[in-house]
Design a protein around this ligand. Structure first.
Ligand code: C5P
Length: 322
């Protein structure tokens, strides 16, 4: 990667504001290995960035302040679950970048959320990645993409992928990435049902099911190969057959209604469907763009989902806008 960040300093919108956006992700394969001593699980995963974006706007200010709009905000849909103080990953991203760059953490931050919170779509990670890119430009920190990736990994397991985007193999706790060449576009419908699910709770349920012998242990690196081959070569039926998520069974235990949501997706014509990450979003694979529009309309009428979105991927990671 070059030394320049995505866009570099100086791409200012009105009033000295800088705007960046970052995508949601689906794990088209999520193999979960054993629990490590540090409380994380070893992963073999394949991330796909999809066209549902959160936007972060930053502008000069004294000290740090934060406003959240849209999904998960106090006034928006999704139960007001997104904090607008230092508990928000965007706030932590600002403090971390300021410390790294030796500048004062001073900016007003605004998040416009389209990605539902606690949905298994890495919405909070997208916000943090967009904040790193926007604040790097606002503060002129001249951080390299490598610097930002290192900071991203400190903020959360999925933040490095939110920065990178596209398709990537993820190892370690998900922060060690190898980009995968993506040769074609994939169309999906995301169905968001019910309240958010807690990621640690879903991992803990997986551990419990494994300890009880209900589910087999672990995963291996080779388990990602079929899905990578299918992503590159198609057809959709091959990708549908390769979709796999070790967190799906524990998510279904914690949220049995998700079974109905998965069935609704296949009944409506999806080639395949799986729970995204730790859920509860259902990602339904469509044949093509027209198929996704039809599938979205069908699922919107099924009465199972709060929100239905037709998306496609891969799309780039966190970038300056405008
Ligand atoms: O890294 P992040 O803050 O997103 O992780 C949230 C939680 O998800 C962790 O505290 C852990 O319980 C669980 N997790 C895990 N193994 C991973 C990633 C996350 O157990 N590889």
């Amino acid at each position: 990667m070059s030394n320049a960040t995505a866009g570099g300093p100086g791409r200012l919108a009105g009033n000295g504001a800088v705007v960046a956006r970052a995508p949601a992700k689906i794990n088209v394969h999520l193999g979960v290995g054993p629990l490590r001593a540090d409380g994380f699980h070893e992963l073999h995963t394949v991330f796909l960035a999809v066209s549902l974006f959160d936007t972060v706007t930053v502008r000069p200010a004294e000290g740090l302040s934060l406003a959240v709009r849209g999904e998960g905000s106090a006034a928006g849909p999704g139960a007001g679950s997104v904090p607008s103080d230092r508990r928000n990953l965007v706030w932590q991203a600002a403090e971390l970048l300021a410390r790294h760059a030796g500048v004062e953490a001073a900016a007003h931050l605004e998040i416009d959320k389209s990605i539902p919170a606690a949905a298994g779509l890495a919405g909070g990670s997208a916000d943090a990645a967009a904040a790193l890119v926007a604040l790097d430009a606002l503060w002129g920190t001249r951080a390299t993409r490598g610097d930002l990736a290192g900071l991203a990994a400190q903020l959360g397991s999925d933040v490095p992928f939110s920065l990178l985007g596209g398709v990537a193999l993820g190892n370690g706790r998900g922060e060690r990435l190898s980009p995968v060449l993506a040769r074609r576009r994939w169309d999906w419908v995301l169905g968001i049902a019910g309240e958010g699910l807690s990621t640690p709770a879903v991992y803990a349920e997986l551990d419990a099911l494994r300890a009880a012998g209900t589910l087999p242990d672990g995963t291996d690196a080779a388990s990602t190969e079929p899905v990578i081959a299918a992503l590159n070569a198609g057809p959709p039926a091959a990708l549908a057959a390769a979709l796999d998520n070790d967190l799906q069974a524990p998510a279904l235990r914690l949220r049995p209604e998700l079974r109905r949501a998965l069935r609704a997706a296949t009944d409506a014509g999806a080639g395949g469907a799986l729970v995204s990450g730790s859920g509860p979003t259902v990602a339904a694979l469509a044949e093509d763009e027209d198929g996704a529009v039809r599938l979205a309309a069908e699922l919107a009428g099924a009465g199972v989902f709060r929100t239905v979105r037709a998306v496609h991927g891969p799309v780039p990671g966190a970038r300056l806008v405008g």
